[in-house]
Design a protein around this ligand. Structure first.
Ligand SMILES: *[C@@H]1O[C@H](CO)[C@@H](O)[C@H](O)[C@H]1NC(C)=O
Ligand SMILES: *[C@@H]1O[C@H](CO)[C@@H](O)[C@H](O)[C@H]1NC(C)=O
Ligand SMILES: *[C@@H]1O[C@H](CO)[C@@H](O)[C@H](O)[C@H]1NC(C)=O
Length: 517
């Protein structure tokens, strides 16, 4: 007993010696973003760090003495309110390029709310709390004011893959000839036409980030930190590390600098037992079942009636296959086929793990797709928002799923795609191949991320990871100055030859003769 106590005491002292004080800023009101960010926080807590967290879903983590959670759940209402006032609805299809401006605007609104809050002001006023590192979600470069305030290293997290402006800020090469922007639905192999569009979108994404998003956020941050605060853009260049939630099962191979780490899937937890009724239903679905959920933003009840009917009529053609559908209402819709079961809320992670699951009909949000990959479940993607078209394309590219566009949902199309996915086994095989790729790692995503965060703290910001390309002007990086210099030399050289030749020719005997006449 005494020995055990001593061991525990020594362990806690050792832990204390290594323990760092970390401030985490991931305020996006989206359950899937929160799952990924908080998975990193859990790993940091497990490794003995003291973490202060702003989160919209504090209930995701169990309480712990080292976890200081600041609940900002009201951001869900702020977001809904913004959507209502600005006629920006997530309950319908949005062109990816249509989302960029409103999202940039709403992010600045969140920043204002957080930094004016009592809890943030208390943290800033307290003179005893010294943080060792700022961890923040890449959509909020304004949070780097905290880095400036505490003069500590910062690590940026991105919970969706390959957001180009943030990749660029770490010095990663951005070449639209094979790196497709997430606002397109292209793979890494593009036609001439697609490369034109992709180049345009890449520039547009950079433009919105630099000239629309940053200034809006900087204006807010200056209210709290004064006019001497460096711009988000300058501060972002000094991030020590970028952590991406993803891997090569979910995106395409591209060159990444040593300061950019793809840690794989972050949020998947060990399975919990299903509720009894669901367990029975799924165990009894001997011919398989389909899971139909459009994620946490888009409600099943928001799917237009004609589109819903197209799906229902198609489900009827597979009477032996059961369909489990997320439906956020107590009232069932009319003409519900007998093989369709409605539930208000479904434990997605545990459903996807069930052996009888044949197909996942999803909006293709990054976290849902990561789960589908993890459990090897083929997908029929109905993309609606942000990166979902891009994600859908990757599943299609790997022949691990099919895509149905919102505007082409008709009974014929749905039936044809369901039939293909339910009768051909290549989709299942390919998803299992991706699953094996995704799981083939020495450590889990959260643990890898936590290790790298500690690395940055141990090496005081880890300047050894910083590539010199960050200090070059774009024309230096593209060697345009060298090309210009050599062009001038070449021009001078050619001109000289021309000049000499002309002189020489003009002194040829013929001319001399003519002159002497
Ligand atoms: C942990 O963080 C909290 C909240 O920021 C702070 O009050 C406390 O002093 C920190 N504890 C240690 C041991 O640094
Ligand atoms: C923190 O320090 C500042 C300047 O030294 C002082 O003005 C302020 O009152 C202190 N705040 C607290 C809460 O002690
Ligand atoms: C970024 O880091 C460099 C080198 O450490 C430093 O000189 C510069 O002032 C920093 N920039 C900002 C905006 O903090």
């Amino acid at each position: 007993m005494a020995l055990k106590f001593v061991v525990l005491l020594i362990m806690s002292v050792l832990n204390f010696a290594d323990s760092s004080n970390i401030l985490s800023f991931c305020p996006t009101p989206s359950y899937s973003h929160q799952l990924s960010c908080l998975a990193i926080i859990q790993s940091l807590i497990d490794r003995g760090h003291n973490v202060t967290v702003f989160s919209c879903n504090p209930e995701i983590l169990d309480p712990h003495p080292n976890l200081h959670m600041i609940d900002i759940n009201m951001f869900y209402d702020v977001y809904l309110d913004y959507q209502r006032k600005n006629n920006f609805s997530l309950q319908k299809y949005l062109w990816p390029s249509e989302c960029l401006l409103p999202i940039a605007e709403v992010l600045a609104i969140y920043m204002d709310i957080i930094f004016s809050s009592e809890s943030m002001q208390n943290i800033l006023r307290s003179n005893d709390t010294k943080f060792d590192l700022i961890l923040y979600e890449g959509l909020y470069p304004g949070a780097l004011a905290l880095k400036h305030h505490y003069n500590v290293p910062s690590v940026v997290i991105f919970t969706v893959p390959l957001y180009i402006p943030v990749l660029y800020s770490m010095g990663n090469p951005i070449n639209p000839s094979y790196l497709s922007s997430f606002v397109t639905n292209y793979s890494d192999k593009m036609t001439f036409y697609q490369r034109i569009i992709n180049s345009f979108y890449t520039l547009y994404e950079m433009y919105v980030h630099n000239y629309y998003g940053y200034p809006k956020m900087d204006a807010v941050m200056k209210k709290y930190f004064g006019n001497d605060l460096p711009s988000s853009k300058e501060l972002e260049m000094n991030n020590s590390l970028l952590i991406l939630s993803g891997d090569l099962s979910q995106s395409y191979p591209i060159p990444l600098q040593p300061n950019t780490i793809q840690v794989g899937t972050l949020h998947i937890k060990p399975n919990k037992p299903l509720p009894k009724d669901l367990q029975n239903l799924m165990d009894n679905a001997k011919d398989g079942f389909i899971y139909f959920s459009l994620g946490s933003n888009m409600k099943g009840t928001s799917l237009p009636v004609d589109k819903r009917n197209a799906f229902m009529k198609a489900f009827k053609q597979f009477p032996k296959i059961k369909v489990l559908m997320k439906w956020e209402s107590d009232i069932e819709f009319p003409d519900k086929p007998a093989n369709v079961y409605l539930k208000k809320w479904l434990p997605q992670n545990d459903i996807l793990a069930h052996k009888n699951l044949k197909l996942f009909i999803t909006q293709g949000g990054h976290q849902s797709r990561q789960e589908a990959v993890h459990y090897g479940v083929p997908v029929l993607t109905l993309p609606l928002f942000w990166d979902q078209e891009w994600n859908a394309k990757k599943s299609e590219h790997e022949e691990a799923g099919l895509t149905i566009n919102f505007f082409e949902i008709t009974y014929d199309k749905v039936y044809q795609k369901l039939n293909e996915l339910l009768t051909k086994d290549k989709y299942k095989r390919n998803m299992e191949r991706l699953s094996a790729i995704s799981k083939d790692k020495p450590t889990g995503g959260g643990e890898t991320a936590a290790w790298w965060i500690e690395y940055v703290i141990r090496h005081k910001g880890a300047p050894q990871l910083r590539p010199a390309v960050k200090d070059l002007y774009w024309f230096q990086y593209l060697l345009l100055d060298i090309i210009a210099f050599i062009s001038v030399l070449l021009f001078v050289f050619i001109y000289l030859i021309y000049f000499i030749a002309k002189r020489f020719l003009s002194q040829s005997p013929n001319k001399v003769k003519i002159k002497s006449q």
